[in-house]
Write a protein that binds this ligand. Sequence first.
Ligand code: NAP
Ligand code: 3JN
Length: 342
Amino acid sequence: MSTKNPRVAVVGATGAVGREMLSILEQRNFPASEIVPFASSRSVGIKLPFAGEELTVVELKEDSFKGFDLALFSAGGGTSTKFAPLAAEQGCVVVDNSSAWRMDPKKPLVVPEVNPQDLDWHDGIIANPNCSTIQMVVALQPIHKAAKIKRIVVSTYQAVSGSGQKAINELETQVSRLFNGKSIVPDVYPHQIAFNCLPQIDVFLDNGYTKEEMKMVNETVKIMGDESIKVTATTVRVPVFYAHSEAVNIETEKKLTPEECRNILAGAPGITVADYPEKSLYPMAIEATGEDDVFVGRIREDFTVDNGLNMWIVSDNIRKGAALNTIQIAETLIERDLLRVP
Ligand code: NAP
Ligand code: 3JN
């Protein structure tokens, strides 16, 4: 039996993504019968604001999911690997923000604007993609449908909030200390992040790419459902608090003019086209922060290849890149009467 008014567990509720999840559940009037915030033993008893009241954080334990219908996880891959199967065994559908299950062929990896149909075959655990992947596929899927994308080259400019609350604090502290002539000691990142750009997100792999870059490569193909699409990525951390920006170059089978591309994107769900170079208007991280849409601009021809386009894609990494996409998945499960462990 599925439910329209689930009891919801928010796992990792004290973190940057978890807090945003609570705020979005409230903003969207999510039809929960009850919401319970879970975190580690460190956070037991912390009060989190929700709808004018306070929710009290509970410690996550192996039997925590009894009586819950839905669990929204954002507490890291280790927690998801251990607790998501336990939740599903206890009859609770999991939408997981970590990379733990994304490339498992038995788990759908879903962006509701792109591949909601993949929810039909969920087995109790659904993976939410990486933030950099989400905003890119929202913008590229409508173009792929119209003109078939053959190759994607992406370079990212990623906000520190992608590394959690500690990284937000680290950028704040470094900026303030450096302005006051004090020394800094990097902690979250291998180098100073204030006034700097780091061409390393996560660890390096044997092929010379970082883990973040290979997430973009592999997840894009799985979500867009087309193994023929070639993807290469360079991911860079920049001293921005919220919203990831991406310079994206694509080659398509069919020719699309920039004007055709703008019209296709303007009619697609979850996208705002902001492309008025004559007025210096284009998507920017400071304007995308706190917004739900993926913003696309600087759309222009790449005249070095036959059918090439360049564009600039910006979105709030904590909202559409994580918390919002997770909640949209949950809403789609309810709409499609799929909120049950098969
Ligand atoms: P964060 O600010 O560091 O928060 C981490 C959260 O996980 C906290 O609530 C923490 O609870 C909780 N936690 C850690 N270990 C736990 C345990 N053993 N049991 C229960 N809860 C535990 O990090 P964040 O930015 O919110 O990100 C959290 C996770 O979400 C990431 O690790 C990643 O897997 C995923 N994420 C995904 C995306 C994406 O691209 N879709 C983006 C960002 C993050 P305490 O406060 O008690 O320590
Ligand atoms: O760095 C970013 O901007 C996004 C980071 C996402 C992240 C951070 C820690 C662990 C992930 C993720 O979602 O890919 C993970 C993870 O592997 O779960």
